[in-house]
Unconditional design. Structure first.
Lengths: 429, 429
């Protein structure tokens, strides 16, 4: 086999045997081919000593605007209106292919270094993001859903052209999946929805969008359509496709029932929702209803990192407080959201998200010898409540080790950073 | 001079000039003696190249139970009652001097490694905690306030004997400050309060306690005394001393007015308060009223780390959401809570908490060359919203470098961890 982790603690995410200690996990090609307390007889080309280390399934960041690394800390502590219309949109108008490509590379490197093996991205210049993802070896759902503040929408729209380009270039790609969608129900219109549904059906595309992020989002949909965004989405026919809906903060019981009925996945962004004062998504209610909950960082301008360990911890802590019950949701729930459920949302739940033979090898190895991870009464608790992205020292995507010994083989990180800083100074200053 | 940081970015916390880039900061003895864009003429014994680095004042963790590192992840996702009475207290009953000493060492090393230069601790076996702090060179307020669930209290109480021992051994110590207090108003009684007030007055001791952490705390005080805990505290006379009160989640406007009037400092523990479903402290209201707000991790059993960067970020994010205003509180506020205000609470606001000549040299140096800290539009935003404790690579307390190049000189970390794990297995298994 290609790679063997030996004497390692494996968090399998298999409820029947969630944690295996002093284990051997072997990878060949893109798959996990061995998991046992015993060593395989077959030799391995590369053996990694796992003493004091923990393997987890690669984390799934189901809602990003990855190239917003260029805008990290660009505008903080402002009202949403001031932040978005006064700062972020004007800055984004100055961004071009070159800056988006390099900023996306930086974001993807940050994600991989913190154990994330997949992103689901929405941004313009999306072919540049797909190119960066493909080169760096991260799984990526990529799309540029139309952002229509008026009723104008044409087949010459940038998002339409980019979508067609992505479909052409990445059909059946093992890492890159083109997506379609709308920026949100409230700022799109029925003409856009028809195009989305038609393209999604014709090209078998997953749908992504922002949903009920803020109360004004909901109110505008109610005013315009007399329906909550989720009801409008259902009535538009868009739920016929696999949908990953970001935020989902303000939901009625009917909304939640619809989400369950149609198999919609929620991409919850707890840090971003606090930072922009949007609210707290009702994850305990969603879990109770059986909705597929996943986790995401949103763009770093409203976070300001891509570290999913923060989202895992905060997502369950907020629910404990929201429900007044410290036993509401658990570390296991958080890790399920970020691994198993994230892969379900991305349409690969049967083959990714658990560390078991036959599954594709998307994984992260954490160093558990640090002071803040000792003693270790409960390894799952430590992953969620005590670890950070900085504890990751190896990341593998589909059997390929992209990050090892806290380094990216073949990548000059200082040069990557220098290049982004140069472009930011040139275009955003 | 002893140490010179050159070409470094310094966050001074001086509102007149909060950030100085490409600066020289010199330390001699326990003090900062040079801060300028120009190099000092005087040579330095030790020169540190600060290119790509950022200096911040050392972080102040104003409420810890530092030896609870032994119980990290021991019991999570339980109701407060189940957690405390079913797990934590029974485990603590098995802890002895040896385990507390070594667990305290581990916690202090974790704190120092994440840029914390001071703790304010409450725990039993407190002389062991003072010994660990003194040996490792962290500033520590140390005490074992009586925890009276009944009315029993005598001068043979363990907490009384420990307090007397701390006063004897650490009078005028530059690092260790004995404290006095009660565990909380609602679980102590007037006999204890009289002893606390007498001892505090006689030995000039600061007072520490838990205050209004949960609604049941408040309700029990109302039932027992007909007063909120803050009013009972004021009426007991205890506010005549400098008081640092942990949590302060459930407060009336009168409580807040009393806090301001008497100069009480709040040690807010946002992570712990979410994890135990206690609530969210009203920091925006407290700041509006002019109360001195500081930050703390609480014990790691309810956190589960000692990383104050998490508390800085979360404290302001929660207020944005609580007030519905994304501009409520700022990164600057968070850093002020953790540095300037923490030192005010600990009674050294005039000489610690800012990086300016004449101030004592308590500081942490962060590596800003990592992907998640680039590009850098705003260094203060990055410290609060994007950095973690793991970005700290040097920590200095009172002019002594205790952590450098991510290593503790003279400390065998693997042996420290092995020792704690051995004692935990022996006493808590």
């Amino acid at each position: 086999m290609d790679t063997l982790f030996q004497n390692i603690t494996v968090i399998t995410m298999d409820p029947a045997c969630p944690v295996m200690e002093h284990a051997y996990l072997g990878v060949h090609g893109e798959k996990i081919v061995w998991l046992s307390k015993d060593a395989p007889e077959e030799p391995s080309a590369h053996v990694i000593d796992g003493t004091g280390k923990v393997l987890i399934p690669g984390l799934q960041n189901t809602h990003t605007h990855i190239a917003m690394t260029a805008l990290r800390g660009y505008a903080d502590d402002q009202t949403l209106t001031e932040w978005l219309f006064g700062n972020i949109l004007p800055a984004e108008a100055k961004m071009n292919n070159d800056l988006v490509y390099h900023a996306a590379r930086l974001g993807i490197l940050e994600a991989l270094a913190s154990g994330t093996t997949s992103i689901c991205d929405m941004y313009f210049h999306s072919p540049e993001i797909a190119r960066a993802a493909k080169e760096l070896g991260i799984r990526a759902h990529v799309g540029n859903p139309p952002f229509e503040l008026g009723d104008g929408f044409s087949m010459e729209d940038r998002s339409v052209l980019e979508t067609e380009e992505l479909i052409r270039d990445y059909a059946d790609d093992p890492l890159i999946t083109p997506t379609i969608g709308v920026h949100a129900i409230h700022n799109s219109n029925p003409a856009v929805w028809r195009w989305v549904n038609d393209m999604a059906e014709r090209h078998d595309l997953p749908v992504v969008l922002h949903l009920s992020e803020t109360m004004p989002d909901v109110e505008s949909s109610l005013a315009k359509y007399g329906k909550t965004p989720t009801v409008a989405l259902r009535d538009s026919g868009m739920l016929a496709r696999p949908v990953t809906a970001a935020h989902c903060v303000h939901l009625t019981d009917e909304d939640i029932a619809i989400m369950k009925e149609y198999g919609l996945s929620v991409a919850s962004c707890p840090v971003s929702n606090l930072k922009l004062a949007s609210g707290i998504a009702p994850l305990a209610r969603l879990k109770e209803a059986g909705v597929n909950i996943t986790l995401a960082t949103d763009g770093v301008a409203s976070n300001n990192t891509l570290d999913l360990f923060e989202e895992m911890k905060l997502s369950v802590l907020l629910q404990k407080n929201l429900t007044g019950d410290a036993s509401a949701l658990s570390a296991w729930d958080a890790l399920t959201f970020a691994t198993v459920n994230g892969n379900i949302a991305m349409g690969r739940g049967e083959r990714c998200g658990r560390l078991l033979p036959g599954y594709e090898a998307d994984l992260a190895m954490l160093d558990f010898t640090a002071p803040h991870l000792n003693p270790c009464h409960n390894v799952i608790s430590h992953v969620v409540y005590a670890a950070h992205g900085s504890d990751v020292e190896l990341t593998m995507v589909r059997g390929r080790t992209v990050y090892e010994n806290r380094r990216f083989p073949g990548i000059d990180m200082a040069e990557e950073i220098r290049r982004v800083n140069e472009l930011v100074a040139k275009y955003l200053a």
